[in-house]
Design a protein around this ligand. Structure first.
Ligand SMILES: Cc1cc2nc3c(=O)[nH]c(=O)nc-3n(C[C@H](O)[C@H](O)[C@H](O)COP(=O)(O)OP(=O)(O)OC[C@H]3O[C@@H](n4cnc5c(N)ncnc54)[C@H](O)[C@@H]3O)c2cc1C
Length: 478
C-alpha cells in the first residue's frame, strides 16, 4: 500500500497536486500571451521570468496550506527541510527560455518524495492543457489513459530528444554525444523543457531523452512517469535517478545498448579489429591452465559498471606460429603459439596470475602514464608496458590499429583506458576435422563447439552442439 501524506482538507495528494499544477499553468499561460515578458538572466543562456515566481508562489502557498509538515525543494526558493519523510519537489516552470522567446513548450512539475523514493509525479503542459500524472506502482496517465513508452527496438527508428542546459562544458559533452549518435538514430529534437520531454518519453512520443546537467525538480516527476509507463530513467552510468542526480538518460528499455565495431587493415595486410564490445563490461582473468594467463571480456546483466570493454584482435597466419617462440610444430603449432604467449604473460604478471596492464596512451604513444585506477581485476593488476609479449610485427600492427581507431572515433584514445594482456583465445587455433559432425578418425566421436574449432561464442557453440545432437539422433534411431 502506497503511503502518502495526509492533507488538511482530506483530499488525496494527487488531486491536490493536479489542481495546483493546473492553477500554476494558468498563471503561466496568462503571462505567455503578453508580448513583453519580464525576464532577468540567471546565468548564461538561462532566463527567469516574473511568471516563474508567480507560479511558484501560488504552488507553495497551496501545498504548504495542505501539507504544513512536509519538506519543500523548489527551483526559485530556499529549501525547507522537515522531520516528515515527505518532500515536495517543485518546478514552477520548466522551459523558461522557450516561454521568454514565445515558444509554446514549457511545463509545471511537481514530485513527491517519500525519503528518496518518488511516489507521485505531475507534469502539466498549459499550452496543450495536458496533465501527465502518476503514482508509484499504480501507473502513469494522461487524460485518464495509461501512458506507455514506445515499443521501438531499433536505434535507427528512434526519435531522440536532448538539451544542452546551462553548463557550457556539459552542454559541449551533450553535443559531442549527439554528434556520435547522429547517424545511428532516426532524428533528434532539442526541446527546451526536460520535464515535459520526459512526459513525452513516458507517452511513447519520443524514444529516448538525454541531458548532461539538470536539477532534481527537472527530472523527478518525469522519472516516475517514465518508470510507471514501463521505461527506464537513469544517470549516464545507469544508476537510478535520485534527488542528487544531475543528468538523465530516459527511454524505452527495448532499445539496444550502444555498440561499436572498429576494423583496419594494416600496411602488412593484417586485419586488426575490436571484438565483443561490451557496454558496462568487465575484463576477467580467464586462466584455465597452470602457468597460463589469458583474459576475456564480459558484462553482467545490469550493464551499469561504469566501464565498457572490447578485445583488440589481430589476425595471425600459420606461418607466424613459430614467432612466439613456441616449440611445437605440425597441427598443434597454433596451440603452441597461444601457450607461448600466455606463459610470457603469466611471467610478466609476476608468476601468480597477476594481469599485466598498461595505460592505452602509454602503449600507443609511449607516454608515461599508469593504468587508470578503478578496476580491480583478480587477483591483481601488474603495471607493465606490454612490450614484447606478442611477436614484434603483431604488436606494431595492433599499435597501428589503435591509432587508426582513435582517428575514426573521437574519445577512443583516452588516458582513462587500460589495455590488459592478453586476450589470446578469441578463436581456436585448431579445428578437428569432421564429416556430418562426426570425427573422421574416431568413430562415434562428435567434436563440437569452440574447442573443436567449430564455433567462437556462446550461441554458435550451442547451435553447433544442437545440430550435432540432432545428427546423432538421426544416425542412431534409423
Ligand atoms: C570470460 C569470458 C567471457 C566470454 N564472453 C562471451 C560473450 O560475451 N559472448 C560470447 O558469445 N562468448 C563469450 N565467451 C566465449 C564463450 O564462453 C565460449 O565460446 C563458449 O562457452 C564455448 O562453448 P563450448 O560448449 O564449446 O565450450 P565450454 O563452454 O568451454 O564447455 C566445455 C565444457 O567441457 C567441460 N570439460 C572440459 N574437459 C572435460 C573433460 N575432460 N571431461 C568432462 N568435461 C570436460 C568443461 O568443464 C566445460 O563445461 C566468453 C568466454 C569467457 C571465458
Amino acid at each position: 500500500m502506497l503511503e502518502l501524506p495526509p492533507s488538511r482538507s482530506g483530499r488525496q495528494p494527487l488531486e491536490i497536486a493536479s489542481q495546483v499544477a493546473r492553477a500554476a499553468g494558468g498563471i503561466l499561460l496568462s503571462s505567455f500571451s503578453r508580448t513583453e515578458k519580464k525576464t532577468r538572466p540567471k546565468g548564461r543562456s538561462n532566463l527567469v521570468t516574473e511568471a516563474d515566481y508567480l507560479s511558484e508562489q501560488a504552488i507553495l502557498r497551496e501545498l504548504r496550506a495542505e501539507f504544513p509538515s512536509c519538506g519543500f525543494l523548489s527551483e526559485e526558493s530556499e529549501a525547507v527541510v522537515s522531520d516528515s519523510p515527505f518532500t515536495w519537489v517543485v518546478d514552477p516552470m520548466d522551459g523558461s527560455n522557450n516561454f521568454s522567446f514565445g515558444v509554446p513548450f514549457f511545463s509545471v512539475n511537481l514530485a513527491l518524495l517519500r525519503r528518496e523514493e518518488v511516489v507521485l509525479g505531475v507534469t502539466y503542459d498549459p499550452v496543450r492543457d495536458e496533465l501527465f500524472y502518476g503514482l508509484k506502482g499504480q501507473g502513469a496517465f494522461v487524460g485518464g489513459k495509461p501512458l506507455r513508452v514506445s515499443a521501438r527496438t531499433e536505434l535507427k527508428d528512434a526519435l531522440v530528444g536532448f538539451d544542452m542546459g546551462y553548463d557550457m562544458e556539459r552542454g559541449r559533452e551533450m553535443l559531442e554525444a549527439a554528434r556520435k549518435l547522429w547517424t545511428a538514430v532516426f532524428s533528434f529534437r532539442i526541446m527546451g523543457s526536460a520535464a515535459l520531454v520526459l512526459a513525452y518519453v513516458a507517452s511513447g512520443r519520443l524514444d529516448l531523452y538525454l541531458h548532461r546537467r539538470l536539477y532534481p525538480w527537472d527530472i523527478l516527476a518525469g522519472r516516475l512517469l517514465v518508470e510507471e509507463a514501463g521505461g527506464l530513467a537513469t544517470d549516464w552510468e545507469g544508476r537510478p535517478v535520485t534527488r542528487n542526480t544531475h543528468q538523465v538518460v530516459a527511454g524505452n528499455p527495448a532499445l539496444p545498448p550502444a555498440d561499436y565495431r572498429l576494423a583496419v587493415r594494416t600496411p602488412s595486410g593484417r586485419g586488426v579489429y575490436s571484438f565483443c564490445m561490451c557496454p558496462g563490461g568487465e575484463v576477467m582473468n580467464a586462466a584455465s591452465g597452470e602457468g597460463q594467463a589469458p583474459v576475456n571480456g564480459m558484462s553482467v546483466r545490469a550493464r551499469n559498471s561504469g566501464f565498457g570493454n572490447s578485445g583488440i584482435v589481430a589476425s595471425i597466419a600459420p606461418a607466424e606460429f613459430g614467432e612466439a617462440g613456441a616449440r611445437e610444430d605440425g597441427p598443434l603449432a597454433g596451440i603452441g603459439f597461444q601457450e607461448a604467449i600466455e606463459r610470457r604473460t603469466f611471467d610478466r604478471g609476476g608468476g601468480g596470475y597477476g594481469v599485466p596492464a598498461a595505460n592505452l596512451l602509454a602503449f600507443v604513444r609511449g607516454m608515461e602514464l599508469p593504468p587508470s585506477p578503478g578496476r580491480l581485476l583478480a587477483p591483481r593488476v601488474v603495471p607493465d608496458d606490454l612490450r614484447g609479449i606478442l611477436p614484434g610485427a603483431v604488436e606494431e600492427d595492433i599499435r597501428f590499429g589503435l591509432l587508426r581507431f582513435g582517428g575514426a572515433m573521437r574519445g577512443f584514445l583516452t588516458r582513462e583506458a587500460t589495455l590488459y594482456a592478453v586476450e589470446s583465445r578469441t578463436s581456436s587455433p585448431v579445428r578437428i576435422e569432421r564429416v556430418n559432425y562426426a570425427s573422421v578418425t574416431h568413430k562415434g566421436l562428435y567434436p563440437v563447439g569452440e574447442g573443436a574449432g567449430h564455433a567462437g561464442g556462446i550461441v554458435s557453440s550451442a547451435v553447433d552442439g544442437i545440430r550435432a545432437a540432432l545428427r546423432i539422433l538421426e544416425t542412431y534411431s534409423s
